[in-house]
Write a protein that binds this ligand. Structure first.
Ligand code: 13P
Length: 258
């Protein structure tokens, strides 16, 4: 089985159709061992579909509704996102938890709709600086994940989890690789405790100030299945360097032949 590392770019509220096209050129290069995607603002989904359709680069969105359709002004459903060929959707990013008061319960609903629409949800979790300082990281992560684990059952294996400590996002200082190991190990253990064997298929990423200089040190850690990248995903050369680091860190595919 191949253990390709995932590199997901989160463009946040940045980018343009011409920037999308600039990434199509680099996407022409194959990175064996790296699965890469850009999560763009909704209006750029058609440009992403057109530019990346014939490349190995995938695309996605940064949020979806917890409803199918109806009177929800300004909302976008997972099915609508999927219609543009998207593979992924980020759910529960800390900027949405903080700025839009998203609750863990709403996030469960979004994840279920994403899965029903055929998207792979990337569920973000992570503690704030004061929670880290108060040694509450484990408690916060457990709270953010428990409802989800209970609601998903066997579907748990179809999601991706991104550990993004809020204090590391946009700070220029990623968490130390040893700390990332420790926290991702905690998340994996917690999932296994509550969900048994479905937990083993969950890919757990790290996000927060990942850049071409620190990517390899982070991606080479065994529990790290990939990275969620913000600002460094806006420049094609930086994103490509992170993808190359991911390819170097991937486990070679094992042959099924005996
Ligand atoms: P930065 O890589 O800019 O710190 O952003 C991380 C992030 O929030 C990705 O979702």
């Amino acid at each position: 089985m191949s253990a390709a590392k995932l590199v997901i770019g989160n463009w946040k509220m940045n980018g343009s159709a011409s920037q999308v096209r600039a990434f199509a050129n680099l996407a022409a290069c194959e990175w064996p061992g790296c699965e890469a995607a850009l999560c763009v603002p909704y209006p750029l989904l058609p440009a992403a579909q057109m530019a990346f359709g014939a490349t190995p680069l995938r695309w996605g969105a940064q949020d979806c509704s917890a409803e199918d359709d109806g009177a929800f002004t300004g909302e976008v459903s997972a099915r609508m996102i999927r219609e543009f060929g998207a593979r992924y959707v980020i759910v529960g990013h800390s900027e949405r938890r903080a700025g839009h008061a998203e609750t863990d319960g709403q996030i469960v609903g979004k994840v279920q709709h994403a899965l029903a629409a055929g998207l792979t949800p990337i569920v973000c979790v992570g503690e704030k600086a004061e929670e880290r300082d108060g040694e509450q990281t484990a408690m916060v992560l457990r709270r953010q994940l428990l409802q989800l684990v209970r609601a998903l059952g066997r579907d748990l294996g179809s999601i991706v989890i991104a550990y993004e400590p809020v204090w590391a996002i946009g700070s220029g200082d990623a968490a130390a690789p040893g700390m990332i190991d420790h926290t991702l190990g905690f998340i994996a253990d917690m999932l296994t405790f509550h969900a048994g064997s479905s937990a083993s298929a969950v890919r757990i990423l790290y996000g927060g100030s990942v850049n071409p200089r620190n990517a390899e040190a982070i991606l080479s850690r065994k529990p790290v299945a990939g990275v969620l990248v913000g600002s460094a995903a806006l420049a094609p050369a930086d994103f490509m360097d992170i993808c190359k680091a991911a390819a170097r860190c991937s486990t070679p595919a094992t042959s099924d032949a005996t």
